[in-house]
Ligand binder design. Structure first.
Ligand code: IMP
Length: 198
C-alpha cells in the first residue's frame, strides 16, 4: 500500500520537489488543500528544527495522516546568526525579497566578515507519535551586491562557498544539488526509507 503524507506548506515549488524526491520510495505526498486541512501554525520556535516540528505536529493532528514540514533561513555570522528563524520577516512585513536583501547588505556595511550559511530542517510526525528529523546546511558568504535573477529570497546575495556564484545564478536543479534544502530532503528521504522498511 502506498503511504500518504501531507506536506505542511502552501508553496507549490516545495510540494513538487518533495513529490519528486519521495516518489522513489513509493510515497505519495499531498498538499494541505488536497488533504482538506487548513491550519495556521505560529512559528514560535527558536530553531529551524523546533519550527519544522511545530508545523508537522499541527498538520498531523489536523489531517490524521503522517505530516512533513520544513523550516529554513539564512544565518549571517556578523549578525550573530541572524536573521535565522526570522529570515522571512526580516525588516518587517512591508519589505519584499529585494528589500530584505538590500537591508541585509546595508547591515553588513563595514563588517570584516561576510560568512553566512543557509540551514534547513525537515520534520515528519506520524499519527502514532513517531517522529523523524533531518537537517541540511550550505556554507557561503554575503555578496557586496545582488547578482543573478534565479530563485527567491536571499538567493541573489548568497555566494556559494568555493563556487564564485550566487544561488541567484544557479538553475533550480544546480541549486538543489548543493542547497541546504536539497541536502535536508536527501537526508530525510534516506531516514524515511529506513523507517518504512523497518
Ligand atoms: P521558509 O522555510 O519557507 O519559512 O523560509 C524562510 C525564509 O528564509 C524565506 O522566506 C527566505 O527569505 C529564506 N530562505 C530560505 N531558504 C532560502 C533559499 O533557498 N534561498 C533564499 N532564501 C531562502
Amino acid at each position: 500500500m502506498v503511504e500518504k503524507f501531507v506536506l505542511a506548506t502552501h508553496n507549490p515549488g516545495k510540494l513538487a520537489e518533495m513529490r519528486e524526491i519521495l516518489s522513489a520510495l513509493g510515497v505519495q505526498v499531498v498538499s494541505l488543500e488536497e488533504a482538506g486541512v487548513s491550519v495556521e501554525v505560529e512559528e514560535t520556535g527558536t530553531t529551524f528544527s523546533e519550527n519544522a516540528m511545530l508545523k508537522a505536529k499541527a498538520v498531523c493532528t489536523a489531517a490524521g495522516l503522517p505530516a512533513i514540514a520544513d523550516d529554513s533561513g539564512l544565518c549571517v555570522d556578523a549578525l550573530n546568526g541572524g536573521p535565522g528563524v526570522y529570515s522571512a520577516r526580516y525588516g518587517g512585513d512591508e519589505l519584499d525579497d529585494r528589500g530584505r536583501c538590500m537591508l541585509l547588505l546595508e547591515g553588513l556595511r563595514g563588517q570584516t566578515t561576510r560568512a553566512a550559511h543557509f540551514s534547513c530542517a525537515v520534520a515528519c510526525v506520524f499519527p502514532n507519535g513517531d517522529t523523524l528529523t533531518a537537517e541540511g546546511r550550505c556554507d557561503g558568504a554575503i555578496a557586496f551586491a545582488p547578482i543573478g535573477t534565479e530563485g527567491f529570497g536571499y538567493d541573489p546575495i548568497f555566494l556559494v562557498h568555493g563556487m564564485g556564484k550566487t544561488f541567484g545564478q544557479l538553475s533550480g536543479e544546480e541549486k538543489s544539488a548543493i542547497s541546504h534544502r536539497g541536502k535536508a530532503l536527501a537526508a530525510f528521504a534516506e531516514k524515511l526509507g529506513t523507517y518504512l522498511r523497518e
